[in-house]
Design a protein around this ligand. Structure first.
Ligand code: SAM
Length: 253
């Protein structure tokens, strides 16, 4: 299994991300796209586009998507999936696009990775045209996520505590950051986001993606036991989780 590099933590896990998680955030797309008014012809930048599932969806809607991601392998996979879409290497703080190039900017499960949220929002404002909107979505607090049972069991197996919820996960967290940067919040909410695995093998691979083979072998029983209550009669797993989302209009610059 590939090992991750501190400079490029996502390339080594990009293939597994696409396989087990690439489509996962789909339920959060609908409120973002509706509230942002994205439709045929809308120029949309997907920041932290990962393996390109949202780009492909935007293409199918007739929007005009572009993508950006710092991980070279993510860029490669997104280009292969959303054929013909302009996907560039880059990150939130340095978007490789012209001023005013987009009507909407989306970041799904990615804004939390920005080194500096204020800089990221300033950069988002720069690439948006006047009246442009940003749509952000990401994990809600642990208490809303079945996945927390597994993460807590893995932390306990390591004599550790599960990570605390960051402010963006809490009610009002996204809106507070956006308002603090001068954006007009149009709407927001919380949406159920199930994650499914076909069997024990996919459950373990999906949860432990990026870990080396011996760690996977050690931790597989912990994962399977912690997920027991989410196992369905056919041997697959269904975990209910939640994403918070918010859409805001760019401040006048
Ligand atoms: C959890 S994945 C989500 C990918 C995709 N948006 C999705 O919903 O499947 C996070 C993505 O954010 C990217 N990322 C990490 N740091 C970033 C940054 N500073 N700016 C933009 N994207 C970043 C990663 O390379 C990765 O593709």
């Amino acid at each position: 299994m590939p090992t991750t590099s501190p400079d490029d933590p996502w390339s080594a896990v990009a293939d597994d991300w696409g396989r087990y998680w690439g489509d996962f955030a789909r339920p959060a797309w609908e409120p973002l796209l509706r509230t942002a008014g994205i439709g045929p012809g809308t120029r949309v930048l997907d920041v932290g586009c990962g393996t390109g599932e949202l780009l492909e969806h935007l293409q199918e809607l007739g929007a005009r998507p572009s993508g950006v991601d710092p991980a070279p392998r993510m860029v490669e996979l997104a280009r292969a999936r959303a054929v013909g879409v302009d996907v560039r290497p880059g990150d939130f703080e340095r978007l490789p696009f012209d001023d005013g190039a987009f009507d909407a900017l989306l970041a799904v499960n990615a804004f939390q990775f920005a080194e500096d949220q204020a800089d990221a929002l300033a950069e988002a404002g720069r690439v948006l045209a006047p009246g442009g909107v940003v749509g952000l979505a990401g994990w809600a607090e642990r208490a809303r996520n079945d996945l927390d049972a597994i993460n807590s069991a893995l932390a306990a197996a390591d004599d550790d505590e599960p990570p605390e919820d960051g402010p963006l996960r809490l009610e009002g967290g996204l809106a507070e950051v956006l308002r603090g940067a001068g954006w007009e919040v149009l709407d927001g909410g919380v949406v159920p986001v199930p994650w499914t695995a076909r069997n024990d093998t996919d459950l373990v691979r999906g949860i432990l993606f990026g870990e080396d083979a011996s760690t996977v072998a050690d931790l597989a029983p912990v994962v399977v036991e912690a997920a027991a209550s989410f196992r369905t009669p056919d041997g697959s797993y269904r975990l209910m989780n939640a994403f918070r989302w918010a859409v805001a209009r760019r401040p006048e610059l």
